[in-house]
Design a protein around this ligand. Sequence first.
Ligand SMILES: [Zn+2]
Length: 319
Amino acid sequence: MLFGGFAEAAGGNNCDPGKEWVVELAGDAVPAMRAVFNIMHGQSRGLMAVDVDSNTFISRLYDIVVVADKYDCISSLRPYAASWVQSLKAENKDEQALLRLSWIFYQLGHKSKYEDVVTRLIKDVADTKTGNPVADLDLPAVLPPHLLESLHAVRERMLRQLLDPISFSVTALITGERTTSTGCSRDDKLAAQCESYMLGKALRELHKKNLYPVPTAKDMTLSLTALDAVITELAAACSGPRFLDYHGTCRAFKPPLRTFGVEWGCRNLKRTTYATEYKYTVDVSELRHITTQAGRTGVDIFGPAELLASHKAPFFGAS
Ligand SMILES: [Zn+2]
């Protein structure tokens, strides 16, 4: 960085041999810069074992990766990247930590952990923050390209996939127009009575859960996971009347799809529909970037567990 094409490099105003050369690192986190310099210069005396689940660790590692990317020296993290990545997990993290982890895994090149983090961001975080430009101000400054936009778009589409059938079912019960998947499943003289019963029950349950009138996807404040749980309860609660023969199994609503599902969108682009077990998969450009980064950092080969399983050790082999 000090001799390359960076603003801080020796050159231009910095090249006067008689002058003291002061490098301005405005905006760079000082502890992160210090850590990167220590790594680059082989200074390991400050190394200690820290709690990998603490937000402090994630935040400091995020800063280091931001600095290493900014000055194009991700490869210098190679001795540590694999053990950092192996110890980090997406479970039980808040939105801020997940966003920072997305950048860490994206830049250090770990595909499956990046996918885990994005899956959690899509499903477990409500869209109130990332969908709101004002609230976005306290989000991490650097993130994978287009991540926030794509989180917002996918969440909104999947929320619609969960909310639309609820609206359709209520409308069908109000108008008496049968749907193929929900409503009264019988065609006997008790069907109208069954539907009236289910309509009353559905409205009462939706009101209890603050879902009536059914909100639009844009107004939804629950995460996909939370909404899934609510609709699952609704589907179980809003059945036909047991006191009418054969109508006890009629249902006002269906529970969400449980397993992975895909739909075919315009131009035959495959789009994933919401399912409880939905898992995000990287697109072609993300995969290309992550694969390149993995080659630089060795995250796939130098993790303590991988080394132990393969009976190998990091060493300077013949090139
Ligand atoms: Zn019925």
